[in-house]
Design a protein around this ligand. Structure first.
Ligand code: OSB
Ligand code: MG
Length: 371
C-alpha cells in the first residue's frame, strides 16, 4: 500500500520507421498516452495502446483516453492509498475502457514492484529468461515488396511471420510467401475485415498450413467465429474480440478460437492478461503476446507477460528497430537466435530516456491529490 503523490500524463509521438498498413487504416507515426504514477516509495510507468486519429481497432482512441484519464480515472486514484491488490477495484466504477485503465493499472503495479525490488516477470510467474519473437508485416504495396520484407525479417532471425490481409489482398500474397518459404511458421491477421460470406477465401487459406488465422470476422463477434472454425482446419486466433478473461472463457467454450492473442494493453493491464493466460491454460489453449507498436515501456511490459508458461507461440514482440529509428527507452534488440531477453530489473525494468521523452512529448498534465 502506498500513497499516490502525483500522476503525470503525457501524450507522446514518435515517427515510425516505416508506415504500417492494416485492414482498417495506415499509421505513419506512433502516438500514445503514458502515465507516470509517483507514490511515497517509487514511481511507475504505463503505456496506453489506444489508437491515434480515430478509434479503428477498438472503441478507444487517444483523445478519449486522455480525457477519461485526466478528468476521471487519475483523479479517482490520486487521493489515498493504492496497491496492486486494490487498483482494479478502484477503477471499476468506470465501465469498459480497458486501454485507458491499463495505463494506470500497469503504472501502479510498476511502482509497487520497484518499491519492493521485484521484477514484473517474476511477479507474473514467468518461467523464461528470453522469449521467441515473430514479426507482424503490414499490407505492402506489391507482392514483390512483401516478399522482400519477409526475407529481410527472416534473415534478422524472426521465427514467425504474420501477414496482414484484407479482402482481395490475401490468397495470392499468402501463396507467394508460402511458396518462397515452405517450412516457416506463417500466420495471417485480418483485423476483422471479413464476414461469413467470405468462406471461400478461408477455404483457400486453409491450404497453406498456416499457424493461425487471426481475427477474421467482426470485432464483437464470437458466434460466427465458432461457425467459421467448424468449417476450416486452420486454428482461429482471436485478438480484438477478447477484451477480458470473461470473453476468453466464452470464446473457448463456444469454440470460437483455438488460440488467443493476449495484449495486456487491450484487456485492462497485466492482471487481467494473467487471468486470460490462466483461463486458456486450463482449457489447453495456447496463447501468445500481441503488440500494438508499443514504445519500450509497453514492450518491456509485454515481454514480462510473454515469459509466462502458457505463452508457447512466438509473439509480436519485435525489436525496437522494427518500429522506430529511436525508441523512448534503451532499444530492445533481437538476438541472432530470434529471441529477446526479458527485462530483469525491478518493475518493468526500463524507464524512458529523459531527453528523448521530453523531445517526444506533445501534451503534458499533472494530477495531484487535493490536500
Ligand atoms: O492486430 O495485432 C494487431 C498493430 C496495431 C494494431 C493491431 C495489430 C497490430 C500488429 C502489430 O499486428 C504488432 C506489433 O508488432 O506490435
Ligand atoms: Mg491482431
Amino acid at each position: 500500500m502506498s500513497r499516490i503523490r502525483e500522476i503525470e500524463l503525457r501524450l507522446i509521438e514518435l515517427p515510425l520507421a516505416r508506415p504500417f498498413r492494416v485492414s482498417f487504416g495506415t499509421s505513419t507515426g506512433k502516438q500514445c498516452v503514458l502515465a507516470r504514477v509517483v507514490t511515497d516509495d517509487a514511481e511507475g510507468w504505463g503505456e496506453c495502446v489506444a489508437d491515434d486519429g480515430y478509434p479503428g481497432f477498438s472503441g478507444e482512441w487517444n483523445e478519449g483516453v486522455w480525457t477519461l484519464l485526466h478528468e476521471v480515472l487519475a483523479p479517482s486514484l490520486s487521493d489515498g492509498d493504492v496497491s496492486i491488490d486494490t487498483v482494479e477495484d478502484r477503477l471499476r466504477f468506470v465501465r469498459g475502457n480497458p486501454m485507458a485503465k491499463a495505463t494506470l493499472i500497469d503504472a501502479v503495479i510498476d511502482a509497487e514492484l520497484r518499491a519492493t525490488e521485484r521484477s514484473l516477470a517474476s511477479f507474473l510467474g514467468a518461467d523464461k529468461q528470453a522469449v521467441v519473437c515473430g514479426v507482424s508485416i503490414g499490407i505492402a504495396d506489391s507482392v514483390d515488396e512483401l516478399r522482400a520484407q519477409v526475407d529481410a525479417h527472416l534473415e534478422q532471425g524472426y521465427r514467425r511471420i504474420k501477414l496482414k490481409i484484407m479482402p482481395s489482398i490475401d490468397v495470392e500474397r499468402v501463396a507467394a510467401i508460402r511458396s518462397d518459404h515452405p517450412d516457416i511458421l506463417l500466420s495471417v491477421d485480418a483485423n476483422a475485415a471479413y464476414s461469413l460470406d467470405d468462406l471461400e477465401v478461408f477455404r483457400q487459406l486453409d491450404a497453406f498450413d498456416l499457424l493461425m488465422i487471426e481475427q477474421p470476422l467482426h470485432h464483437e463477434d464470437l458466434v460466427q467465429h465458432a461457425a467459421l472454425q467448424a468449417e476450416i482446419r486452420t486454428p482461429i486466433c482471436l485478438d480484438e474480440s477478447i477484451r477480458s478473461a470473461a470473453d476468453a472463457a466464452a470464446a473457448i467454450q463456444l469454440g470460437s478460437c483455438r488460440i488467443v492473442n493476449i495484449k495486456q494493453g487491450r484487456v485492462g493491464g497485466v492482471l487481467e492478461a494473467r487471468r486470460i493466460h490462466d483461463v486458456a491454460a486450463a482449457a489447453d489453449i495456447p496463447v501468445w503476446c500481441g503488440g500494438m507498436l508499443e514504445t519500450g515501456i509497453g514492450r518491456a511490459t509485454n515481454l514480462a507477460l510473454a515469459a509466462m508458461p502458457n505463452f508457447t507461440l512466438p509473439g509480436d514482440t519485435s525489436a525496437s528497430a522494427r518500429y522506430f529509428a529511436e525508441d523512448l527507452t534503451e532499444p530492445f534488440v533481437l538476438q541472432p537466435d530470434g529471441t529477446m531477453g526479458v527485462p530483469t530489473g525491478p518493475g518493468i525494468g526500463v524507464v524512458p530516456l529523459p531527453k528523448r521523452l521530453d523531445a517526444c512529448t506533445i501534451r503534458r498534465a499533472t494530477i495531484s491529490p487535493v490536500s
